[in-house]
Design a protein around this ligand. Sequence first.
Ligand SMILES: [Zn+2]
Length: 318
Amino acid sequence: MMPSVRRWWWALAPVLVWACAGGDGGSQGAGGRAAGAEAGGRGISAGRALEFVTAQVAFGPRVPGTEGHVAAGQWLDSILRARADTVIVQAFEHRTVEGRTLRLRNFFARFRPEDPTRVLFLSHWDTRPISDQARDASARRLPVPGANDGASGTAVLLALAELFDTVPPPIGVDLLLVDGEDYGDFGAERDVFLGSRHFVAHRPAGYRPLYGVLLDMVGDRELDLYIEGYSQQYAPEIVRRVWDLADRIGYGNVFHRSVRHTVKDDHVPLNEAKIQTINIIDFDYPYWHTPDDTPDKVSGESLRAVGDVLAALVYRGG
Ligand SMILES: [Zn+2]
């Protein structure tokens, strides 16, 4: 994803984050002891969600055109098939500006596919081929491991798939893992958002979820979720619903009620296609698009905070 306005104070961010983490060593993660209690046990497991992050990163970078990408895709497909009522794989090819042909796959896992009342949760599962935000110039041609940028949102959705398999949802739920979000040039908007654009163009006929929720970079140990600008612009009532619910179930310390960043991301193509979609994102992540985006920067408790809010949304009927 890409912020609409470049923020050069990024270089200072690691110092600020570590300064804030000083007190308890940052091991507490998001949410307090009471958090999630109101979900009545129908939330996700922090440990399981974190396992889904490390398992994805263990495939290596999930860069389109690599073996790790193909293998991770097979693994995601098998997990979703074991849990969801239906899995639709959207396989497609994309020719990049440099003339490479990428083979890409979206995984669209559906619970209660016949139910007209449904919600859509999505994340990207691919990772970026270059670490263009690395401070060390020699590191910039390395791929991003994508523990937070790619694996975190996907891990929450996999944990939710397990939950919905165990405790069936009262409404229809679609989990969409999109490919090719992070491949190319965000400034020029070339070779990026490939899976979400493909989904919008090839979604099931008459597909009308109540709304969509995109998860991107939701695993930071110091999770702070501010309202994202396009979400507030396109879907303010969905923002309010999600942030109100987060507050009610004990995650008001994580979901902050002010707009901070405005980020071009996979929710924009969906909103342009009239599917109101918000982006839950913590864009204050010092390891963004660097080789240091590794699982040790991610907390299971942070993943659980986000997963519990989405689970509560579903079990309350959307
Ligand atoms: Zn990215």
